[in-house]
Design a protein around this ligand. Structure first.
Ligand SMILES: NC(=O)c1ccc[n+]([C@@H]2O[C@H](COP(=O)([O-])OP(=O)(O)OC[C@H]3O[C@@H](n4cnc5c(N)ncnc54)[C@H](O)[C@@H]3O)[C@@H](O)[C@H]2O)c1
Length: 301
């Protein structure tokens, strides 16, 4: 198939583009390199277009669009900048999809849940805490309205939880906590986590995220403008992450517990992936974060 991956120089987009290419598809990457890293595309042979998702159609008709492009710095407070890029950019992409009759699989975020108690269910009333999370919610609502007018275009939103794995180095302080702690430890420092490390997150491996996207690409009769949780379905504590890193890196460093400066901080995220399993055939392999970290370390962490 001919496939367009927006945000294809980014962490998730580049992993997806390379896998699709490996599977024999003709893949075009579109990215404005705002936060992406060229190094992610060195092994990608397909066409790379340096451009905006908010511009004119970037290429000839594609049958599927994976839309990963987004401002991913969750600390941005410029609301217009965030909304223009994420929501208006998505509106353009939906326009291409309508003209091409292309399926759209796009990246929403667990940030739409904000601080809601876990497990995080699709029926929860969204409560984003920042404009990044709100932009994803606005995109979900836009997709719903769009689908009502363009019923021939399946639009599938994936609410990613905490994704980790190879290809995230360029994200710096926005790379996964697993990556950040590994760098501290490899630099000879004790891993610094908030007191007392019992906060929980649903950490999901990039391999599982890619598989979920592939499932969404081929799913029969997905609900129109449906959204799905994409986590491993289990929460692990920060202490468990440190233990997994020690094991994978062959170290024995004790965590250094520091005060949490944030007034609002998620203490527990955990994706309810019932619908993702049933309708997209999602079956995450790395449901034990220690195993996922081991695989990450083997690939170069
Ligand atoms: N990594 C996670 O844990 C996570 C969690 C929840 C949601 N997400 C979502 O998944 C998607 C991919 O995230 P990522 O972790 O790969 O981040 P990333 O920053 O590595 O990738 C985003 C890519 O989008 C590109 N981009 C930004 N604005 C653009 C524009 N106007 N036109 C074209 N390209 C543009 C960037 O240059 C970058 O390559 C994003 O939509 C993000 O919001 C990621």
């Amino acid at each position: 198939m001919r496939i367009l991956v927006t945000g294809g120089a980014g962490f998730i987009g580049s992993n997806l583009a390379k896998r699709l290419e490996h599977d024999g598809h003709e893949v075009t990457v579109l990215d404005n390199f705002f936060s992406g890293g060229f190094a992610n595309l060195v092994d990608f042979q397909g066409e790379v277009i340096a451009g905006e998702h908010g511009a004119a159609e970037p290429c000839a008709r594609c049958e599927v669009i994976f839309h990963e492009a987004s401002i991913t710095d969750t600390t941005v407070t410029d609301q217009l900048f965030m909304m223009r890029n994420n929501v208006e950019g998505f509106r353009h992409v939906l326009g291409w999809a309508a003209r091409w009759h292309a399926r759209v699989v796009w990246a929403s975020s667990a940030a739409v849940y904000g601080n809601l108690p876990a497990p995080n269910r699709l029926t929860d009333k969204p409560a984003p805490l920042n404009v990044y999370g709100y932009s994803k919610l606005a995109m979900e609502r836009l997709a719903k309205r769009w689908a009502a007018e363009h019923s021939e275009v399946p639009i599938i939103g994936l609410r990613y939880f905490n994704v980790y794995g190879p290809g995230e180095q360029h994200k710096g302080k926005f790379a996964s906590m697993i990556y950040q702690l590994a760098q501290q430890m490899k630099g000879g420092k004790r891993p610094r986590i908030f007191k007392f490390g019992e906060q929980k997150r649903d950490f999901v491996s990039i391999q599982d995220v890619v598989e979920c996207n592939l499932g969404a690409m081929v799913a029969d009769h997905p609900p129109q403008a449906g959204v799905f949780n994409v986590g491993c379905g289990k929460a692990h504590t920060f202490n468990e992450v440190v233990a997994g890193l020690n094991r994978a890196l062959g170290m024995e460093l004790q965590a250094e517990y520091i005060d949490n400066p944030y007034a609002f901080f998620q203490t527990h995220t955990e994706a309810d992936i019932t619908q993702t399993r049933e309708l997209l055939g999602f079956a995450p392999k790395h449901t034990d974060v220690a195993e996922g970290i081991q695989a990450y370390a083997a690939a170069g962490l």
